[in-house]
Design a protein around this ligand. Structure first.
Ligand code: UT7
Length: 327
């Protein structure tokens, strides 16, 4: 049996912090509303000129250094993102150039906030099939670039950041990804989308004036889907592996809203002491959310070798996904 082991992990967030208090000077909101409805206290915002590939490459460099692999060992680069540097070429190809990963194939995966777990799942399949041994998986987004800072219902939620994991084939023991699970449900563009800039609505004066190059979201509808689907996909992973919730050492859920995290944990009968939360520091970083949280959980000692870790996420599409990893 071949397992995809996490040989290295890293993350990177921009330096600039945007606090709830500062947002109150931009839109009609309050620290009390944002904190009680979302758990978010601050988020990071990329300075002008910083790109998704910069963040992805910085996180990937840390993961690569920890893995002990050389740049030429990487055979595939996957970047989960919905904020690529440009529509094409892919951000994965730009990261390849920035890090000198000359032997790798590279492509992006668009799955909203599920982008990192979708990418992890694709990478795991390539490793299990024997096609590749060393794969760089990245989740990175600069949501501030597509956030409407005149829309208080969305702009308080999002932040910038990314993380990366180096996966390597392991035949020595059973450490690595135990399973991945993915679902999609098209036809929900109205709940979460960015309408303009593609073939449906190319950039025009009207699209800019109509603020169509920004995220549009129906928050409370998405909230209901999130709680149910995240519970279902976590349960699917637990059942698939013949585990019980108490066998999971740490649950690292998508960091969108602490109320969603708490409601999902409650439905799974999971104590919050075994749930990792850092949404208060970064808000929702989309594909960056899970790898940033995993990196922080690992580096702070919340994840130790051989621990069983559950991750899950939901995002635009809709897409939702989960994985269980023996670290
Ligand atoms: O990663 C996947 C992507 N996103 C998500 O998972 C987000 C899912 N949704 C959510 O997290 C929540 O639905 C939100 C945090 C977005 C909103 O919380 P809510 O409890 O569902 O609030 P709501 O949208 O029902 O709005 C309640 C009220 C409204 O006022 P009225 O109509 O009741 O008078 C809003 O206008 O809160 C108002 N409101 C605000 N007030 C102050 C909305 N945004 C703000 C704001 N500050 N920033």
């Amino acid at each position: 049996m071949i397992y995809s082991k996490i040989a290295g992990i890293g993350s990177f967030v921009p330096e600039k912090v945007l606090t709830n208090e500062e947002l109150c000077n931009i839109v009609d909101t309050s620290d009390e509303w944002i904190t009680s409805r979302t758990g978010i206290k601050e988020r990071r915002i990329a300075e002008k000129g910083l790109t998704t590939s910069d963040i992805a490459a910085a996180a990937a460099k840390k993961a690569l250094d920890i893995s002990g692999l050389k740049p030429e060992d990487i055979e595939l680069i996957l970047v989960g993102t919905i904020t690529p540097d440009m529509i094409f070429p892919s951000t994965a190809c730009i990261v390849q150039d920035k890090l000198g990963l000359k032997n790798a194939a590279a492509f992006d995966i668009s799955a909203g906030c599920s982008g990192f777990i979708y990418s992890l799942s694709v990478a795991d399949s390539f490793i299990k099939s024997g096609k590749y041994k060393n794969i760089l998986v990245i989740g990175a987004d600069l949501l501030s670039r597509i956030t409407d800072y005149e829309d208080r219902s969305t702009c308080v939620l999002f932040g910038d950041g990314g993380g990366a994991a180096v996966l390597t084939a392991n035949i020595q023991n059973n450490r690595g990804i135990l399973s991945t699970h993915m679902h999609s449900k098209g036809g929900h563009d109205d709940i979460l989308m960015l309408k303009a800039g593609g073939s449906l609505m190319p950039a025009s004066l009207e699209s800019v004036n109509g603020r169509e190059h920004y995220i549009k979201m129906k928050g409370s509808e998405l909230f209901r889907y999130a709680v149910n689907y995240l519970k279902d996909i976590a349960q699917e992973a637990i059942d698939f592996n013949g585990l019980k919730p108490e066998d999971i050492d740490l649950f690292v859920p998508h960091q969108a809203n602490v109320r969603i995290i708490e409601a999902t944990a409650k439905k799974l009968k999971f104590p919050m002491e075994r749930v990792f939360v850092n949404v208060e520091k970064y808000g929702n970083t989309s594909s960056g959310s899970i790898p940033i949280a995993l990196d922080e959980a690992y580096k702070s000692g919340r994840i130790k070798e051989n621990d069983i870790v559950l991750i899950d996420a939901i995002g635009a599409g809709l897409t939702w996904a989960s994985s269980i990893i023996r670290w």
